[in-house]
Design a binder for this molecule. Structure first.
Ligand SMILES: [Zn+2]
Ligand SMILES: [Zn+2]
Length: 419
């Protein structure tokens, strides 16, 4: 049984040792911890899943009656108006899809004496711990007490050695919020997944006032957790927060809020809020996106390669400092930059463009964060077709941008390196 493991001999030991130290030593240790933390990982992530909230009661409500906190956080980040569960709108399949960045088969197993389910594809926790080689204390999954937790994968390349540390405690979303803050204060994990179950339970009760009260409670928890992140120098200004749902609930034409599980608009349409350093502020995206895109986008921001995932990186929500906000703009008249091929690529790809007139041309490659990683051309070129190769050997998997500039005009193409 994977349940609360609150035994803390190590941390408690450090804490009592700190009490015996002089203030100078404590300041020195804090300084070292800060320096070490920065070197360990600059990016932190919190993902909050609100089970079974319908879009019409969250961001789809023009008066945002039940989500005042998330609505106001929206101005600091991006929310998606067209995010959908595009497959099975029940929890036992949609949660693993959020974990895996793919719709995954789930199988029955017996684990520590309990019948439960596990995901067949690896999860973002496994990519995170496996690829960054970090201990379980860096990756927490916090939820209410459940005696048969659904499990990540047993994939031979990942599996149990790379599972998150589960804290399954309490019986309400408020308990989960308290536990999350305790975990943050105690372990300072870089990766936190928080699962709030009460909205779905209240929806199934069929009592409207209970259902919307649970949404209001989840909304205030998101506000509290974001404030807690911003109040802690470890997390402040370096932490991403994604908030989404596994599924919605039937719209009123298909049975109403007390149930879910089919393909109606109410069951499929869900919220997605993103905040953090590279997330566009005050932006509403109406691009169609779906459940598997969540973990793939989080992976890109964490420099992970979610190798078995099928989702796409939601680049429209990312801020591209130093380069153009829009990739794939309308072609400039004086030249045409084609899509690179192959794409995705590993590690070689070809970029072609055509110049209408001779002129000075620069072709530059940027990473997801707008940092220049290669200059392929900076020359006076003749009119006609030109072809360049880029070898991305040694670069991390993820999104790159090819930016062609000539005669004061710019065109950018987006490419995906997948190792
Ligand atoms: Zn349900
Ligand atoms: Zn439905």
């Amino acid at each position: 049984m994977l349940s609360a493991d609150k035994a803390l001999p190590l941390s408690a030991g450090i804490y009592s040792a700190a009490k015996r130290l002089s203030p100078v030593w404590i300041i020195f240790l804090l300084f070292c911890q800060g320096a070490f933390s920065t070197a360990r990982a600059e990016k932190k992530f919190m993902i909050v899943i609100i089970d079974g909230a319908r879009y019409t009661e969250t961001f789809g409500d023009p008066n945002h009656t039940y989500i005042p906190n998330m609505w106001s956080l929206g101005s600091q980040g991006t929310y998606l108006s067209q995010f959908f569960n595009d497959s099975l709108t029940y929890t036992s399949r949609a949660i693993p899809a959020l974990w895996c960045g793919a719709w995954t088969e789930v199988r029955d197993t017996l684990y520590n004496g309990n019948n439960t389910l596990y995901a067949v594809k690896p999860t973002i926790f496994e990519y995170y711990r496996g690829q960054k080689n970090v201990p379980p204390e860096d990756c927490f999954y916090v939820l209410k007490y459940i005696n048969s937790l659904w499990l990540p994968s047993f994939h031979p390349d990942y599996g149990p050695p790379t599972w998150p540390r589960f804290h399954s405690v309490g019986s309400t979303d408020a308990d989960v919020a308290n536990e999350t803050q305790w975990v943050m204060n105690t372990f300072h994990p870089n990766f936190l997944w928080v699962y709030l179950a009460d909205v779905d339970g209240a929806g199934h009760s069929g009592v409207w006032s209970d259902y919307v009260a649970a949404i209001q409670s989840a909304d205030s928890i998101v506000g509290v957790l974001w404030n807690a992140l911003q109040a802690d120098p470890f997390y402040q200004d370096s932490t991403y927060l994604f908030v989404t749902n596994d599924h919605g609930r039937h719209d009123d034409q298909h049975g109403g809020f007390s149930g879910h599980g089919d393909g109606c608009e109410g069951c499929r349409h869900i919220m997605f809020l993103a905040l953090g350093p590279q997330i566009r502020p005050n932006y509403v995206s109406s691009q169609y996106r779906r459940t598997p895109d969540m973990a793939v986008t989080a992976s890109a921001l964490l420099d992970l390669n979610p190798e078995y995932a099928t989702g796409e990186i939601m680049t429209e929500m990312l801020r591209l400092t130093g380069i153009d906000d829009r990739a794939d703009q309308a072609p400039a008249r004086s030249f045409t930059l084609k899509q690179n091929y192959p794409n995705p690529f590993n590690p070689n790809t070809t970029i072609e463009f055509t110049l209408q007139k001779p002129g000075f041309v620069s072709l530059t490659v940027y990473d997801l964060y707008g940092k220049e990683v290669a200059q392929l051309a900076a020359d006076k070129l003749s009119a006609g077709a030109h072809r360049y190769q880029w070898n991305a050997q040694g670069m991390a998997s993820g999104v790159y941008y090819f930016r062609l500039e000539s005669a004061g005009r710019v065109q950018t193409r987006k490419a995906l390196l997948l190792k």
